[in-house]
Design a protein around this ligand. Structure first.
Ligand code: ZN
Length: 431
């Protein structure tokens, strides 16, 4: 059973550390002395009675991660994922901050809904950074209270996994959010071309008789959004890029100087369309898993910086919603617990170092929404994670902290593991 062993971070020594700082790209050796959640000394060499020592030999100590897009289901669907269970899943993945999508009930579309979420999450073990909706009730018709929500602290706007079809509404949303310096995150999937598809449109889906979604459903949507953003000089972030053609489009607009960023999910980095061959709803994901060639293009795009970061797109569903037949099953998978370890496993095979993968989760995701990196320094709060980068392991349900178990990665090999998280005057050991 997945367990967090959480204690007060009162008197601790983290000994024999390799401390990696993503802003200087340097690793230094040290022994971190922490008293009451504050780093007192990075190179402590004495001995102290009644201090607990955590031996970090051969481990990496680095700032905790930020996840740019995930779904918690409170308020409204707490039996699928509460703020509390989602926060524990986040900690298990090394995340101290998560940006929460607005498809709750009620939808995060008003000042009241945002203030209420801040109130609900004020005592959580992690920070919740809300993403307000683009349109009221995610209906695509009328803009939400974007200005009021922006002043209250939302970090982006998005209609979660609903594409804003109306170009005029999207134009206004991009113009408006640019005034507050926050990005628009629009699910890029042309509604007509998506139709009732569930698989990538290819020879494979044709042979299997799976209703399919062509790559152009994504590229047409991204092209429209980039053109609008370019026209009004706005800021957009493209979520869960799934195909090579989209990468080319994003590269073109980045070259033109548009303020566009993009992200990929761990499952799109590692899995392909063939997973749906057994008609297993665990692999029903929006956008669909695509071809091997697309998968390689996504990894290359991370390498060249065309894609900026990795987001979990953690989307919990109850077992009955995933075990129904493939057509009626819901799309989406959880992923906070496995995001780093699976991404590192896949990216290491393509030549990434562990530090480069840490940067994707700790620095790049924060840059997109202008959240400063938490630096490990004397006098600052102890906000860091302990990673065993060498361990190889297999992900299974006993590693899941989420209330929902709909992971596409059960049985997959992982590389590196988050062992502990120091945060908000607590130490959480992941067991
Ligand atoms: Zn989406």
């Amino acid at each position: 059973m997945a367990q967090l062993n959480s204690q007060k971070l009162d008197k601790y020594i983290f000994s024999n550390c390799n401390i990696y700082c993503p802003s200087t790209k340097k690793t230094v050796k040290g022994n971190i002395l922490v008293i009451d959640g504050i780093v007192k000394d990075l190179n402590f060499n004495g001995e102290l009675n009644d201090f607990k020592t955590i031996d970090c030999k051969d481990k990496i100590i680095t700032p905790s991660f930020l996840d740019l897009r995930c779904h918690f289901s409170e308020p409204g669907f707490e039996d699928t994922e509460s703020l509390n269970s989602g926060a524990r899943a986040a900690i298990a993945g090394g995340f101290s901050q998560i940006c929460m999508l607005p498809n709750t009930y009620p939808v995060l579309d008003s000042l009241d809904s945002i203030e209420s979420l801040f109130y609900r999450s004020k005592d959580l073990i992690i920070d919740i950074l809300p993403i307000g909706s683009i349109t009221k009730g995610l209906k695509g018709v009328e803009l939400s209270e974007i200005g009021l929500m922006a002043k209250s602290g939302i970090v982006a706007i998005s209609d979660a996994h609903k594409m804003v079809d109306n170009s005029q509404i999207l134009r206004h949303a991009i113009e408006y959010s640019a005034m507050f310096g926050i990005p628009v995150i629009n699910h890029p999937e042309n509604t007509d071309l998506k139709n009732s598809g569930i698989a990538h449109e290819s020879l494979f889906s044709t042979e299997k008789g799976l209703p399919a979604i062509p790559s152009i459903a994504e590229t047409i949507a991204i092209y429209r959004d980039l053109e609008i953003a370019n026209y009004v000089n706005g800021k957009v972030h493209i979520p869960h890029v799934s195909c090579s053609e989209s990468v080319k489009l994003i590269a073109k607009y980045k070259d033109m100087g548009l303020d566009v960023t993009a992200e990929v999910t761990p499952h799109h980095l590692g899995l392909t369309e063939f997973k749906l061959g057994e008609f297993d709803a665990r692999y029903k994901i929006s956008p669909p898993l695509r071809s091997e060639q697309d998968r390689i293009a996504l990894i290359d795009a991370l390498k060249t910086g065309i894609i900026d970061c990795i987001s979990s797109d953690h989307f919990p569903h109850k077992i009955e919603d995933k075990e129904s037949d493939l057509m009626n099953s819901k799309s989406g998978v959880i992923g906070l617990e496995s995001a780093f370890s699976y991404s590192y496993k896949i990216l290491k095979e393509s030549g990434f170092t562990v530090e480069q993968v840490i940067d994707l989760f700790a620095v790049n995701s924060r840059k997109i929404i202008n959240v400063p990196l938490n630096i490990i320094e004397e006098g600052g709060p102890a906000d860091f994670i302990v990673i065993d980068a060498n361990i190889e392991w297999t992900f299974d349900t006993s590693n899941i902290f989420s209330k929902s178990k709909n992971s596409a990665l059960i049985g997959e090999k992982m590389k590196g593991k988050i062992e502990a998280v120091a945060l908000k005057n607590k130490i959480h050991i992941i067991e």
